[in-house]
Design a protein around this ligand. Sequence first.
Ligand SMILES: [Ca+2]
Ligand SMILES: [Ca+2]
Length: 243
Amino acid sequence: MTNFFRLFLFIGIVSLISSCEDDDDNMVLPTQFTVTIENVSTPQTVATDRAMGTVPLSPPTWAVFAAGGDPMFEVGQKANLGTARIAEDGFPDEMLAILGADSNVKSFAAQTSPGGPDNGPAVFAGESVTFTVSAVPGDKFQFETMFVQSNDWFYAFSGGGVELFNGTTPLSGDLTSRVNVYDAGTEQDTAPGTGPDQKPVQDAMATNVGPDEDENIARAADRHNFTIPATNSVIKVTIAPGI
Ligand SMILES: [Ca+2]
Ligand SMILES: [Ca+2]
């Protein structure tokens, strides 16, 4: 090893030691949160033969971000391409690019399918996805997952995401009551489980199938008189802080 690299190794070790000394400089170590998103729909949650009337979900895409504006979407605004693609087709790539370019976003990912009974790409009825996020007080969390029995609907937290801490107390428990189903406003709607352009009757890998619409993002129940299943009959979101 050259002296040049020894110097860098030494500096690296000193930085590592100083970053662990939280007593002296009030540095806050991150808290790990375990997030579980479960598909609790059952046959005939939606009155359709498609997927037996269950509501498959797309594998969720999520972000931890510095408190402030939601990096994924805003009710009353046009959907970005990332939200449109998740809401219409369940694919995360465009949203991952948006989150990766946002300096307020501290970490983000798209989860993968858990496999499970359908052995397919979705989070199917009875399946769940669990992942860990790291955050410090002031951070917020948001996710999007497609309501697959729709043209362009997705579940996410209302209010621009959830605060992961109350002061310094980590968020914990069942957060489902803070989840809503939103219409992305990018594809014309038919009632859940109906019509020729919803994901279960499209080519699975196709994108942007169906007539466009040009609306702002809104709660699906605020825009439509369709029968929409209660959120807690489709999805359950829990969070548990660890170390
Ligand atoms: Ca729509
Ligand atoms: Ca479609």
